[in-house]
Design a binder for this molecule. Sequence first.
Ligand code: SF4
Length: 273
Amino acid sequence: MPRRRRYRGQVTTAVASPQRKEHPSAHRTGPGVRLSAGTSAEPALKPAGAGISLRDSQPPLDEYYNALFAHFGPQHWWPGKTPFEVIVGAILTQNTSWANVEKAIANLRAESLLSPAAIDRIPLRKLERLVRSSGYFRQKARKLKAFCEFLRTEHSGSLERMFATPTIELREKLLGVFGIGPETADSILLYAGGHPVFVVDAYTKRMLARHGWHYENAGYEDVRRTFETKFPGDSRRFNEFHALIVSTGKQFCLKREPLCHACPLGRYREARR
Ligand code: SF4
């Protein structure tokens, strides 16, 4: 198996020496509200082990999808004028609200910096100032630079070439870039590149946990596998379903008190009691 190369967002444009370093874990909701990695105020399910499914059966995800789509309609995700802007948003939205990300993106646009080459060239300190509103701005500026360095080094700066890489291979490579964890990698693959991967976030885990299908601390890959096997689909369905789950989380599946009586999935939760 090839060794994964790390791109760490150095100030200089020299290729960083291969070095493994875990990125900070990131819980974000995409263009929505911030979620921390907390748990519901409801009685917690006994954690017998992360990633273990609670039942042998699988959630009726097709029915969930249909119920949510009937209620919310198309979500038109991800807001972003270009694939690169989507990537910038996916990185900046880690641990912050979308409103803060929009301010940072507006700053970059005003300076004509919404291109990989421009981000690659700009001094790190200036980039930090421009993305300050998104929080953790020093880390995030480095992450943006790390991604652009990776793109330049591995794909000659071309997003088209990058996204022509087979999904599994590209996912593995993205996970080797400083600051890109599974959720960000999958957001980039799905929303910027149209690759058929499902994006799991804290809302997804909360919903499945409250319906008794997974523990809330289930592993990212376990939950992703559940969706990709039980809800087989193309990128369009994955795109829409993730966005619908975020809308559900913001409007009904609140952290402290879920509004199941009004939620389009309320009857499914009742059926599991
Ligand atoms: S019915 Fe809706 S609000 Fe209640 S747990 Fe399920 S997703 Fe959350």
